[in-house]
Design a protein around this ligand. Structure first.
Ligand code: PA5
Length: 343
């Protein structure tokens, strides 16, 4: 099928959303101004969320450069781990504000006397924060949660900075300009043969498996979930070195390997042992599965993480377009939530 010269009506909406990432980050930084936070340095930060909201927590944990700051834990479940209690900061992140797993954790945090805060455009989470007087970062509503990643990430980052759990403000401001330049190169109005279009064509008739080292695990997960939700395809992600101890066998021995495509996200900050491992792994997979290696670019870890993330976001929408699907609605998730809500 020939590539559409202009975005189709349905992909247009999601392209606009993806293209708003730099502005979302800029406005997300602003959201923190005027939110009243008593700076109580937490012993641990526990970020509770699911799907497109939870990824903002993964990204915070991945980008956090200073190791002596409190541990950051991401919880994608109905329950907080037993060890979470007083002295810990529990942040509920739910764009809709109505995700039951996130609300359940938030309520547990309340029962256990944790310090509480929320990031949400409304819903029950906003209600709980307002009622209890807990700080709330409130991005504008009306977007699909995964399309609000800039708002969620930046406002969560600023919230954690206010608690002394992060020092990211300056880097965030620098990131905006970097992403604006990237957008020029990747958007539909930009150069015709950009990397995102090329990768979408590469993935078109294959099942993507995205690999990364733990440093870029959040980005690999984002690639997977954007491909799932925007392009409406099966896709998974995995991590090195773990995949060398199991999945590698499947790649070497399963004749269905050719139906897949392996995308490796490579970071320049990896230690020699990991780089060597990656080279040998790819060598062992050669000829078994079509592969692409994407090297992260940027002057800081934050820029490199967001460069690969932004590329993946664009790939997912170009792939949706190639497949003739509307990237925005996720009807099956809506149906699942509606059925769960019927008690
Ligand atoms: O991207 C999506 O639509 C989903 O992954 C949602 O983020 C997920 O279902 C959780 O909803 P919310 O982000 O509103 O808490």
């Amino acid at each position: 099928m020939p590539r559409p010269a202009v975005p189709s009506a349905s992909s247009h909406v999601m392209f606009d959303i993806v293209q708003s990432l730099p502005e979302q980050i800029r406005k997300g930084i602003e959201l923190a101004r005027g939110v009243d936070i008593a700076p109580t340095f937490p012993q641990r930060v526990v970020i509770c969320g699911m799907g497109g909201s939870a990824i903002s927590g993964d990204l915070i944990a991945a980008c956090r450069p200073v190791k002596r700051l409190p541990e950051i834990l991401i919880v994608r479940d109905y329950h907080l781990p037993d060890f979470v209690g007083k002295g810990d900061l529990v942040v509920g992140v739910s764009y809709s504000g109505n995700t039951e797993e996130t609300l359940s954790c938030f309520r547990e945090g309340l029962e256990r006397g944790c310090t509480l805060a929320g990031v949400s455009s409304g819903g029950a989470l906003e209600g709980l924060c307002t009622q209890g007087g807990y700080p709330l970062m409130k991005p504008p509503g009306g977007l699909p949660p995964r399309g609000a990643v800039g708002y969620l990430f930046a406002s969560l980052a600023m919230l954690l900075e206010a608690y002394g759990a992060l020092a990211i403000h300056r880097d965030l401001e620098g990131l905006v300009g970097y992403l604006e330049d990237l957008r020029e190169a990747l958007c539909p109005a930009g150069p015709k043969d950009n990397d995102a279009r090329r990768l979408a064509a590469f993935l078109r008739d294959r099942i993507p498996i995205v690999y990364a080292t733990p440093t870029y695990g959040a980005v690999a997960r984002r690639w997977q979930t954007q491909l799932n939700e925007n392009a409406k395809v099966l896709a998974w992600h995995g991590l090195l070195p773990e995949m060398d101890h199991n999945e590698l066998v499947g790649w070497s021995a399963d004749d269905r390997a050719h139906d897949f495509a392996a995308v490796f996200l490579q970071s320049p900050e990896e230690e020699d042992a990991m780089e060597r491992r990656l080279r040998i792994t790819q060598d062992l997979m050669k000829g078994r599965v079509p592969m692409e290696t994407l090297k992260a670019r940027g002057d800081s870890l934050l820029e490199r993480i967001f460069q690969l993330l932004y590329l993946g976001d664009f790939v997912s929408v170009y792939l949706a377009e190639l497949r003739g699907v509307d990237p925005t609605p996720v009807r099956v998730i809506d149906e699942l939530k509606a059925r769960l809500a019927r008690r």
